[in-house]
Design a binder for this molecule. Sequence first.
Ligand SMILES: *[C@@H]1O[C@H](CO)[C@@H](O)[C@H](O)[C@H]1NC(C)=O
Ligand SMILES: *[C@@H]1O[C@H](CO)[C@@H](O)[C@H](O)[C@H]1NC(C)=O
Ligand SMILES: *[C@@H]1O[C@H](CO)[C@@H](O)[C@H](O)[C@H]1NC(C)=O
Ligand SMILES: *[C@@H]1O[C@H](CO)[C@@H](O)[C@H](O)[C@H]1NC(C)=O
Length: 683
Amino acid sequence: MASVVRTKRTKSAFVTLLGCLLLSYVYAQEDNEEYKGKYLGKLNPYHHQVSGDVWAVDQYTLLLTSFNYDGNGADTFFWAGASNRPGPQGFIVPDEWGKTNILDRYFNRDFTLTLPDNKKITDIKWFAVYDLQSQNTFGDVYIPEEFDPPAPQKISQLSKRSHNVSSGPIVILDSKTISIPQFVYDGQSADTYFWVGLGPQPSSKGHKVPDEYGYMDSLRMYNDEDVMLQLPGDMTVFDVDWLSVFDVKTKSNYGSVIIPDGLNVPPSLIKVIKQTQSLPNCVQLHKRYQVAWEIFGPQITIQLIGQVAEDEYMAFGLSGSEDSSRMEGADVAVAYMDDTRGYTTDYNITAKAPCGKVLGQYKGVCRDELLGGLDSNQLYTAVRENGINIITYRRTLVSSDPGDKDFPVDKPVYVVWALGRLDKTNNEPSFHDLYPRSDVALELNRQEAENTCIDFTESSGKFSQKEPWQKTEIFDRSVRTFKATIGPSGGRRGYQGITGKPSVGLAWYIEGALIPELYLRRGLTYSFRVHGGNNPHSANLYHPLIITDEPHGGYDTLSDLAQSKIRVLAGIELTRRGRPRPTAVGPLCLSKHNGRDRRLDDTFPSFKKFNRTLVQICEPGDGDTLIVSPNSSWPDLVYYHSFTHSNMGWKIHVIDSYTRSSANIAHKLSLLITITTVLFHLL
Ligand SMILES: *[C@@H]1O[C@H](CO)[C@@H](O)[C@H](O)[C@H]1NC(C)=O
Ligand SMILES: *[C@@H]1O[C@H](CO)[C@@H](O)[C@H](O)[C@H]1NC(C)=O
Ligand SMILES: *[C@@H]1O[C@H](CO)[C@@H](O)[C@H](O)[C@H]1NC(C)=O
Ligand SMILES: *[C@@H]1O[C@H](CO)[C@@H](O)[C@H](O)[C@H]1NC(C)=O
């Protein structure tokens, strides 16, 4: 591919660049450097060892590479202006941190500078390192007349061929990012992907592009959605001729677009994280997750490689079913780092719920050791570097623990995988955020090793950062009764985003709202009508309501010692034998996804819109009512929870009066403004 890339780029250089610019471009090519935007030139070096290259990233942004300056000027700044040559008439260009401080020393640095006040590169004639006091230019570069800075380019729309594929005009946002507005596809084909490649028209010789959520699975149905794709690894739009919705099995193109040569688009500037693979087989499970392995004698060595946060786990293992990828019954390793130590704990999944006791028996996602089994995984190495966890472990193909599953070497085997957050209070996995959308079968003992893994790219929130849903408060003196039901926790913008805590997948809905903050006045009496499920045999749908003084919840799963440290304010009594027993239980009232894929929860801009897609099913009957009368002994902040699972409820503010002092409101307002501003900056 590399040689093809080069000819393509050189061609685009001929089309778009002239004279001396071309020379430097070719120079860049020979260095095999990545695309950095449109080249403006070398800084003319006059004083203080100023040197470096300057590129236009987009209309407003310059990229400096290999920049040097000895830092010895007295009053020296990045300086730009529209006069004929650098002089006192100009303005300061803030440094790479957005600051207008006097410049320090730079040694061989790469960074971007954004012109202030929405000024454009086409508004200036020169950019300089300039000393205001001595009015001396230390280095400068000139912007050519008629300069055309890189910008997102609108190209054609997807051709309509079959399976209802269509879109609006596609926009190349930068050298790695493609936006497909109003994308439609019926989702009716089993082996169909976003697919890119070289040549006059789409063919099976191409590369899969992870979907907008990073999944490598066959595409789902899209109904008029705006989709953002990032080309994998170090691939750029200059490396491909077309983008297609392509069925790999039947080699059919359902709709495609030609990506023109020589696009003058911004560079992506996202860093590619190169990695050497040590095991012969590797499969990309998700854009952020790879599994590599080797079978040697009676043992299998497995390496899990994930671009995860420090508090995230990677799970991988054998499916609970012989003919599909199923979580229930699966035998998995949960791998994570705790500071510098790695873990690959052996788990048994008996229900889609965090491990908990159901009538005295452990059920859910439980450690084998808790069930009387053995931890059969032998941790080999564990490192975290560049935001990537690489954890290697070994297991015998046939385990000595009869509860484990065997790794077959004579046929493909269905596997399951997941990424999610750890509950850091006990290092147990909470609900997974990412997990396979379709069945995944691996042939472990292949004749020829297969490696389909791609390089990770530094994650960037530039186009994808999503703020949490707006939180709800119930601050109303007339509301004394609350109906408490159960519903989905709503992805990263829901429970996780609002509370900052990991989620078990379900959460309390109070008066139809996802985990509102409640305000209860001391001296008044309130009742909670509890509809959290009353079947104690259920591993995930038995939720008595309790109120305690700590934010974690899941009282029943805690040790006696941990329980003794918690102040229970309502919902638990002691049996005659001194065991805690919930007092407020009621028939289940559950909001459900109704077949919709919960991995798309983050696409909803608000809880209200999300809630509209749920269906609520309530079992008949009235439940218990939890009566609470906060008094002067209650702290100002308490929490409602499920008795059985942690991280399902949220805050109750205990107040002395329902009048909000104006100071308080002003404070909240300013806080809100700060939060909004921060979010805007993230976007
Ligand atoms: C394709 O679109 C047409 C019109 O929009 C619709 O009637 C038809 O059901 C769609 N077909 C599939 C397979 O979704
Ligand atoms: C895992 O759970 C299943 C079903 O309850 C059981 O048959 C198996 O023995 C368990 N494995 C271990 C290691 O406890
Ligand atoms: C959510 O939907 C349910 C019906 O399913 C409705 O009763 C409730 O009021 C809705 N909540 C909000 C906050 O709109
Ligand atoms: C205050 O509330 C707590 C917890 O509900 C209760 O145990 C206690 O008896 C109450 N105190 C008074 C004086 O009512």
